[in-house]
Design a protein around this ligand. Sequence first.
Ligand code: AGP
Length: 363
Amino acid sequence: DAGKGGYDHYMLKEIYEQPTALRQTIRGRSNQLDGRAELEELPPGAFSDVESIHLVAMGTSYHAAMYAQTLLADRGITAQAFLSGEYGSNPPPTDDGTLVIAVSQSGETADTLSAIRSVQGTGARTLALTNVVGSTLTRECEDTVYIRAGPEIGVAATKSFSAQVATLILLSERLSQDIHGGTPAATGDLLESLAVLPDDVQRILDESTAKSVAQAYHDSESYFFIGRDIGHPVALEGALKFKEITYDHAEGFSAAELKHGPLALVTEQTPVFAIFTGRNDTKTLHNVKEVRARDAPVVAVAADGYHEVDDYADHVLRIPDTHHDVSGILANVQLQLVSYLAADELSRPIDKPRNLAKSVTVE
Ligand code: AGP
C-alpha cells in the first residue's frame, strides 16, 4: 500500500503521474528555439537512408504504434504497424532500407522479441522504444529510445501509452528531419503543444467529469468506442482498457467502419464513446447522429473549442485545444479515467485483472 502513495490503486496513481512522466519524456528532447526534435540517443542523421518503417507491438503498445503509423504517413514516410505476434510468424519482406521499431513498455514481451528476431540477418535496422532500462529488447535491438515514464506496476497500461505516443511524436519528427532534411514550418506549433502537454493533462485530471459518465453507464453490458485517424487507435485503446478492468464487453473501431457491420449492435443499451481529434470531425459527427438515431447514449471526447457535437451527446468530456498530433494523448486520459472509475464502481480488482499479467513472456 505504501507504494500506492495514498491512491487506492496503482492504476490511479499512474494516471495521476502522467504530467510528471510526460515532463521526463520530453525533457531536453524538444528544441523549441530551432524547432527541432532532439533524441540524443540516436546519432545525427542516423536514419537518412530509411525507406520504410515497420512498427511491431502488442496491446496498448500496438495502439501507440498505430498512432505513430499515422504520424509518419502525415510526414510522407511509408510506415505500417503490425501486431508483433503476427509479424514474427509471417514476416513481411524487409531489407537494409527498412527500420523496424519495436514498441514495448516492458521490453520483455515474447511476441515483440520474436518479431525483432525474425528480421535479424535481413539487413533491416532495429530500434527499441521502451520504458525499462536494460530490458531484453534493448539488448537485441541496435538502437534504443527510452520513453522515461517511470515504473508502471498496474497491469492496465496508462502512463506508458502517453509517454510512448509523446516519444513517437518526437521520433517521427526526428525521422522526418533525417529522411527529408530540414524541419517543416509546422513543427514549431507541435513542439509548443508538446511543451504544454503535461499542464494540459493536469487540467484534465483536475477538471474531468468522467465520474458522472462512469456512474451513469457502468451497468451497461456493452460499450463502443469510435474515432478516425489518430482517434482510431485511441478508440481501440479506450475499449481495451475498459474490457481489461471492468470485464464488460467493449469494442473499438474506426468510425468509418460503423456502417459496415457494428451499427447492427447499437441500441439504447450500448453507450458509444466518440473521439474527436480535430481532423475529419464532421464525418465522425455524422456517425454520432447515426447512433443517436438508434437511441444509443453518446459520450463525446472533444476539444474545448469544438461545440458542434454538443447537441448530439449526452456527455462531453473536454480536452484542451491543442495540436492535432497531441490531441489523442489527451482524449485517452479522459477514457482512462472513465474505465478506472467504472471498474471502481463495480469493485473490480483493478491492479490485477483476472487472467492477465503485466508482461506476457510466452508467445
Ligand atoms: C495493456 O493495458 C495491457 N496490459 C497489454 O495489452 C500490454 O500493453 C501488452 O501486453 C504489451 O506489453 P508491453 O508494452 O510491455 O510489450
